[in-house]
Design a protein around this ligand. Structure first.
Ligand SMILES: [Zn+2]
Length: 237
């Protein structure tokens, strides 16, 4: 199938800054391969994928860069306007209609600021904008252990951590629409409070199933790009 690029109007993300709601972009994406089959809610994603995947680059966060005290932290509405509107120059933010979960060619994804992790274009741009504001507040980049996962990696996780990793082919990691945060983030109450307050303005949120009392395992590290998962029909509750 020929890729049909769909450009995410950057204004959707920018315009949402400080707003309470996010417009859901109409990507016109074909539904994921799960259409016609029972929807399998994404379950646990192991936060320590890097530990399992010897070939994957390790992400470590020295304790010296742990979040500072909450005092003096700035929120998005105070700093966003002073930041660049093109935070990820190598990424156009274009969403390429693509093949299956975990089978997205690297050329159709965008590499994040760490030079390692990849996401779908729109999700990557939005997360990078969120990260720019996070960095302005905390003086460091967000620490990620995982983002896009290939189907092979999902299968390996399901094999090595049965019951923890999502069923291969169903994870939003496989659509390039999910990240896992380092323990240094989830262990920082100030970082988590900031993310919960500011993430949704960029479309990024910890899904309800992953929250305490939610329908799934408690995964405070797992965050998803809601405009993307909503359009894909994979915004599981
Ligand atoms: Zn995850």
């Amino acid at each position: 199938m020929k890729p049909r690029p769909h450009t995410l109007a950057r204004a959707l993300v920018v315009g949402a800054i400080g707003g309470a709601t996010i417009a859901v972009p109409m990507f016109g994406l074909t539904a994921p391969s799960a259409v016609g089959t029972p929807v399998v809610r994404a379950t646990a994603d192991a936060p320590s994928t890097a530990e399992i995947l010897a070939s994957a680059p390790q992400q470590t966060t020295p304790t010296s860069v742990l979040a500072p005290a909450a005092t003096g932290l700035r929120d998005v509405d105070q700093v966003s306007r002073s930041l660049t509107r093109d935070p990820l120059p190598s990424c156009t933010g274009v969403v390429v209609e693509t093949s299956g979960n975990g089978q997205i060619p690297a050329k159709d994804l965008c590499t994040l600021w760490d030079g390692v992790h990849m996401l779908r274009g729109d999700a990557a741009v939005a997360l990078t904008e969120l990260n720019s504001n996070f960095k302005a507040a905390f003086g460091r980049n967000l620490c990620l252990t995982d983002a896009y996962r290939t189907l092979a990696v999902q299968r390996r996780l399901a094999y090595t951590k049965p019951g923890l990793a999502a069923m291969p082919g169903t994870s939003n990691h496989g659509w390039g629409l999910a990240i896992d945060l380092c323990g240094s983030e989830t262990g920082s109450s100030s970082a988590m409070a900031w993310l919960h307050k500011n993430g949704p303005a960029y479309g990024w949120d910890n899904p309800a199933w992953a929250r305490p009392g939610g329908s799934g395992p408690h995964e405070p590290w797992h965050w998803e790009y809601v405009p993307g998962t909503t359009a894909m029909g994979t915004n599981y509750s």
